[in-house]
Design a protein around this ligand. Structure first.
Ligand SMILES: C=C(O[C@@H]1C=C(C(=O)O)C=C[C@H]1O)C(=O)O
Length: 281
């Protein structure tokens, strides 16, 4: 969320929040495309596989992520209510804190980055990379961190969405009743918007096909015009279904990852946020 909106203290506008989630689709798809250029390099995910002089026992990725987040913490990245670290015990910022207005109510206790990390490492990476080891460990981990940070931001945005729904006068009383009853299932029903999810998955497949196309020189004529014969149209793919368009990232995996992990984890964040929304009132 832009800081201006946070500074204004405006109640989160659901339409604007959804626009941000749509834009994060692009960030995530391109981050996955960037990671897919390297082989799986599974050793960077295995704790203890690499030796660290300070005796660190985690995986290379976890070590690199810790190093990156320490630097980002010093420039106050994690004081922003829409940023959540994967690493504990980060250093204090060198910059003075910004006065973010309390748009959210005590959001810091919800951090599901461990689940995001496991889903990404165990499901996404093997699905978007070729098996093998090309020794591009630093580059692979750099791309992994970009993917993880974008996924964390997207999923924890569920807090803003939940606050927006809680403040909606049309449903406020129902949310208050469910929260007082700690009715997790009813809260999930209330906050779920199936049409939005369905449209999202269709849009995501189209984006992954379009963004994932390799518009190499072979696809362009001397004028730089795209040779339509080599660029499968999304409609053609969508209509004929069984045709497997060759793209830089497996678009079916992108869709299934959102369906099976990103959306459910976002809703998990929404429910957890709402369950504690009245704790301090
Ligand atoms: C984020 C929202 O809440 C839920 C989660 C969604 C998602 O993760 O994409 C989409 C719709 C809702 O079921 C929303 O209503 O926009």
């Amino acid at each position: 969320m832009s800081r201006n909106l946070l500074i204004l203290g405006a109640a989160p506008n659901l339409g604007e929040l959804r626009d941000t989630l749509v834009r994060l689709e692009d960030t995530i798809i391109f981050a996955l495309i960037e990671r897919s250029q390297f082989k799986h390099n599974s050793s960077i995910y295995e704790p203890g596989k690499m030796h660290f002089k300070d005796g660190y026992q985690g995986s290379f990725l976890s070590w690199f992520l810790k190093e990156v987040e320490c630097v980002h913490a010093r420039v106050r990245r994690y004081q922003s209510p829409d940023e959540y670290p994967f690493t504990d015990n980060l250093p204090e910022p060198v910059l003075a804190p910004l006065d973010y207005p309390p748009v959210l109510v005590d959001p810091s206790h919800i951090n599901i980055n461990d689940e995001i990390f496991d889903a990404y490492v165990n499901t996404v990476v093997p699905g978007i990379t070729v098996a093998g080891d090309d020794t591009n460990y630093g580059s692979s981990a750099t791309r992994d961190i970009e993917c993880l940070q974008a996924l964390s931001r997207r999923i924890h945005y569920g807090k803003f969405v939940a606050e927006s729904k809680f403040q909606d006068v049309r449903t406020h009383d129902e949310y208050v009743k469910c929260i007082k009853e700690q009715n997790r299932d009813r809260l999930m029903e209330l906050l779920t918007n199936a049409p939005v999810e369905e449209l999202l998955l269709k849009r995501l497949k189209a984006k992954a096909i379009i963004y994932g196309q390799d518009l190499s020189s072979a696809s362009l004529d001397s004028n730089g015009t795209v040779n339509s014969g080599s660029v499968p149209l999304v409609a053609a793919v969508a209509d004929c279904g069984e045709e497997r368009v060759k793209t830089r990232v497996d678009y079916d995996l992108v869709v299934s990852f959102y369906r099976d992990y990103v959306i459910p984890l976002t809703k998990e964040v929404e429910v957890e946020y709402l369950l504690h929304r009245l704790d301090k009132e």
